[in-house]
Design a protein around this ligand. Structure first.
Ligand code: HEC
Length: 115
């Protein structure tokens, strides 16, 4: 039964899982700043880390290749384009790698929970 007086919705929890590893905490913050705008919603064909079917093929690639594609930019097989550093030239290589590490951890997490 729905109680009408309980109309105040609970704050929606973030779909972006937080991990305790400090490296991933930093990666999550960077990812939210620069990458989430596309990857959170599939803008321009960006693979969504909460969608296992979109991320499974990426997780089969070696991590150094994912880093390189994120740093240098990458045209995928469907001609969708990942811009270098997500379009933020201020990010250092290690910051981009941290954001990739967070997105990979998030994708792995979602593949595990849906298995
Ligand atoms: C303007 C939109 C946009 C932004 C912002 C963006 N991406 Fe992407 N990204 C894409 C698209 C589109 C693809 C898919 C390219 C393809 O495989 O067709 C992609 C793919 C990727 C991939 C997979 C590469 C591969 O080899 O499969 C990684 C890793 C990635 N992005 C990391 C990042 C990181 C890290 C950031 C933030 C620093 C970021 N992206 C920001 C659009 C974006």
């Amino acid at each position: 039964m729905v109680v009408a007086t309980a109309a105040v919705p609970a704050a929606p929890s973030s779909p972006y899982t937080e991990f305790t590893d400090p490296h991933l905490v930093q990666g999550r913050a960077l990812w939210l700043d620069t990458c989430e705008g596309c990857h959170g919603y599939g803008i321009a064909g960006a693979p969504i880390p909460m969608q296992p079917t979109e991320w499974a093929p990426r997780l089969r690639k070696p991590l150094p290749l994912l880093y390189r594609h994120a740093i240098e930019g990458f045209f995928g097989p469907d001609d969708t384009y990942m811009p270098p550093r997500g379009g933020n030239p201020e990010l250092s290589d290690s910051q981009v790698r941290a954001a990739v590490d967070y997105m990979v951890a998030l994708a792995r997490h979602h593949i595990n929970v849906t298995r």
